[in-house]
Ligand binder design. Structure first.
Ligand code: SAH
Ligand code: SF4
Length: 429
């Protein structure tokens, strides 16, 4: 979501005549779009801000803008004011559309600009966007979150849930397809609670229905979404995997923990059994579906038995991949106040065991792809070798193969020759 906000900011600035430079030393303006999901994101922000101070000293015209989730927290704004008074522009997650105006005010020497909205107003449509990939696009379908998982800062930094109108989403996707996009990733903190309504109509379009609508768009090849909360992934959505040929057979279904006790303390509103039932249903109805997840290790009060429940769940689901996180205390969340915080060494030891298990399952699953022919949407040359190209399968597996520039943005057939832990190797056929 932050990445997409950055694409929109880059789009607005490009329209204003700014150009993007590759090196920080060539820039006249720096924008730091912050994340606050874990403490290391916060730390990196202040580290980067410290480095920019030198640039500001060399060139007082150098403009520093900071935005994103961290700015929605008063304690962060207070720290910036006290320790980094040379920051020129501060804005939040709800008003990125104001960036050109705030910059114009700086140029007009109106002084420091601080504009952070506590809540989201009307959804602003039609903002320009400078995409990271020609053939893939991120598409917001909703903003905010109402779930208040007890560890999570997002409901405080992104506000309450608001859904875009289905017609606005369909029109955006049509325009993207006309501009060469083949794959869209629908974005929301919990896409399953999408409630789309047209102006003046009482009819509610749910997430499954939105997928059926998007599946009709000519020229669009692939639809993905993230993230979907297990507590309300509907049977209708599972059926959409069967009925909608463009919906990729891959789901990111964050579990967070395998212990029902911990899940309750996290306020996730499902338990281990319900999650496993859901996975069973998905695998039965959508043969070959690939799955990934998010797991937090060391939530307050997590015992060795709770952690073993997580290992057990991972073994049962056999995820294709997983994002694993050490629990990080977030100021202002309920879990910040929980007394039984887990010592760092225990968290790390559990984390390593979990990663080892996940990696061994990923490697095994990827090895089973050898000999199969997969449809790969080619993203571009790899960063390290210009002849090696990378792309993704329908199931979101990363594939490396020898390619040519004309393949970029095309869907090609690749025969898999090797399965590694994090990727597949193959040959175009
Ligand atoms: N809305 C998505 C998650 C967005 S945040 C969902 O509910 O699935 C992405 C991931 O960051 C979460 O799934 C969680 O695993 C992790 N995360 C969030 N808060 C965290 C914290 N305080 N400490 C560690 N990991 C956290
Ligand atoms: Fe955070 Fe939970 Fe909302 Fe996801 S659903 S953003 S984890 S509060």
């Amino acid at each position: 979501m932050n990445e997409h906000d950055s694409e929109i900011m880059a789009g607005m600035l490009t329209d204003e005549g700014f150009i993007q430079v590759d090196s920080r030393k060539d820039a006249d303006i720096a924008i730091i779009n912050t994340c606050s999901i874990r403490d290391n994101a916060d730390k990196r922000f202040f580290g980067t801000l410290g480095q920019l101070k030198r640039r500001k000293k060399e060139n007082p015209e150098f403009t520093v803008c900071v935005c994103g989730c961290m700015m929605q927290q008063q304690h962060v704004i207070d720290t910036i004011k006290a320790k980094y008074p040379w920051v020129d522009i501060i804005f939040g997650t709800h008003n990125i559309h104001k960036l050109p105006e705030l910059l114009a005010n700086i140029v007009a020497e109106k002084g420091k600009q601080i504009d952070v909205w506590p809540e989201g107003g009307e959804i602003v449509e039609g903002l320009p966007c400078k995409r990271l990939f020609e053939s893939k696009a991120l598409v917001n379908i909703m903003f905010g979150c109402n779930n208040f998982c007890t560890y999570c800062i997002v409901p405080y930094t992104r506000g309450r849930e608001r859904s875009r109108k289905p017609s606005d989403i369909v029109n955006e996707v049509r325009n993207l397809v006309a501009d060469g996009v083949k794959e869209i990733m629908l974005l929301g903190q919990n896409v399953n609670s999408y409630k789309g309504m047209e102006a003046g109509s009482e009819e509610v379009i749910d997430f499954a229905e939105l997928i059926y609508m998007l599946n009709e768009i000519d020229g669009l090849e692939r639809i993905r979404f993230m993230t979907s909360h297990p507590k309300d992934l509907s049977d209708r959505l599972i059926q959409a995997f069967v009925d909608c040929d463009k919906l990729c057979k891959n789901v990111h279904l964050p579990v967070q923990s395998g212990s029902s006790r911990v899940l309750k303390a996290m306020n996730r509103r499902y338990d281990k059994e319900k999650y496993l039932d859901l996975v069973g249903k998905l695998k039965a109805v959508v043969p070959g579906i690939t799955m990934s997840t998010d797991i937090i290790v060391g939530f307050p009060g997590e015992t060795e038995e709770d952690f073993e429940e997580t290992l057990d769940l991972v073994r049962q689901v056999e995820y294709d991949s997983a994002f694993t996180f050490l629990y990080s205390i977030r100021k202002g969340t309920p879990a910040e106040k929980y007394e039984d915080q887990i010592p760092e060494d225990v968290k790390h030891e559990r984390f390593n065991r979990l990663v080892d298990l996940i990696n061994s399952i990923s490697a095994e699953k990827n090895a089973a792809y050898v000999g199969r022919v997969e449809k790969v949407l080619v993203e571009g040359p790899s960063k390290t070798n210009s002849k090696t190209y990378t792309g993704r399968t329908d199931g979101f597996k990363l594939v490396n193969f020898q390619g040519t520039p004309e393949m970029v943005g095309q869907i090609v057939d690749v025969k898999i020759t090797e399965g590694k832990t994090f990727s597949l190797e193959g040959q175009v056929i």
